[in-house]
Design a protein around this ligand. Structure first.
Ligand code: NAP
Length: 305
């Protein structure tokens, strides 16, 4: 029987591991399909406080991992397949059931990509899903954002601070985004909408960096090429909540709902980071929620003894 199992080893899970470790709870931390989370897919992180010269994403995660281990966190690879709330809570991990008094779910969200062949290998080489993380690397060069929702409009507007022009490539000719965000994006002279279009391929330079995209007009079938330096994909995220959706309250997009602090609707089960947060989605906010979840789990365990 574990005191606390933490699902996920991104910023939220590792911060929860540091705090529950320091509270002598000997947390068991499950590393899933992407150990280290989304930061391991980025390069320089320039907005994490305390690193004025930036920090390498995987390096930051590695440091958090070491810090958690130093305080007694135990790590195990394993994908959660099923969850049964109760006293204790039960988790099926790679075919075997585990029991725990409390649970912190920090399994994150996975950005959706377009699904073109070879796409995954270009992430970090002119293909990204995070304008906040990578926008500042593309100053005075053309970039594009793919998508037509609030995220796409927000990212496109943000990128106009840096890029010379921002192509907003959308598969239809009306935006899904809320009116205020759509209007703001379309009124920006640096944002150039490319309607009814799908990215069908990436063009790369000799260094293997993205240098353009192949486009297909979905109305008339014509194809074209667009030269640019970075593709920001903003076609939504998938919260990694599949094993929990039967038992825990989720919103219409599948994100875990926090019922005050990081508590879920099940006592002793807490949610932290991108698995519950589709608004901020930052390393520092995920870390903050991991800290809060750890403190709440610690208090919940003390109260339930
Ligand atoms: P979203 O609203 O689901 O929009 C996804 C966009 O990507 C849609 O325009 C969709 O096209 C397009 N798309 C989906 N799959 C595609 C594919 N395979 N190829 C090309 N395009 C594809 O996602 P989101 O913009 O990330 O927003 C998610 C939620 O967070 C929303 O509720 C949103 O309001 C909220 N959010 C709020 C804010 C804010 O208020 N500040 C900021 C960001 C997000 P179609 O339109 O044709 O379906």
């Amino acid at each position: 029987m574990e005191n606390v199992i933490i699902v996920g080893t991104g910023c939220a899970g590792l911060t929860a591991a540091i705090y529950t470790g320091r509270a002598n709870l000997s947390p068991l931390v499950l590393e899933g399909r992407l150990p280290g989370g989304q930061l391991t897919t980025t390069t320089a992180v320039e907005n994490f406080p305390g690193f004025p010269d930036g920090v390498d994403g995987p390096d930051l995660i590695q440091r958090m991992h070491q810090q958690a281990e130093k305080f007694g966190a135990r790590f195990q690879y394993g994908v959660v397949e099923a969850f049964e709330p109760g006293t204790p809570h039960r988790l099926k991990v790679d075919g075997a059931w585990m029991e725990t008094k409390s649970l912190i779910i920090a399994s994150g969200a996975s950005p959706r990509y377009i699904g073109i062949e070879g796409e995954q290998a270009l992430i970090g080489h002119g293909l990204t899903s995070c304008a906040t993380c990578d926008g500042a690397f593309y100053r005075n060069v053309p970039v594009c954002v793919v998508g037509g929702g609030d995220s796409a409009c927000e990212e496109a507007t943000f990128l106009t601070r840096f890029a010379s022009e921002v192509y907003l490539i959308h598969r239809r000719d009306t935006l899904r985004a809320s009116k205020i965000m759509a209007d703001r994006a379309l009124a920006n002279p640096k944002i150039k909408p490319v309607w009814n279009s799908a990215v069908t391929g990436y063009i790369t330079d000799e260094a293997g960096e993205v240098s353009g995209v192949h486009l297909k007009n979905l109305k008339d079938g014509t194809t074209s090429e667009l030269a640019l330096k970075c593709v920001f994909v903003a076609i939504g995220h998938e919260p990694n909540t599949a094993p929990f959706r039967n038992s825990l309250t989720t919103d219409s997009n599948g994100y875990l709902v926090q019922a005050g602090g990081t508590r879920t609707n099940v006592p002793g089960v807490f949610a932290a980071g991108d698995v519950a947060d589709h608004v901020y989605r930052q390393a520092i906010t995920a870390a903050g929620q991991g800290c809060a979840a750890a403190i709440e789990a610690e208090r919940w365990l003390a109260d339930s003894e």
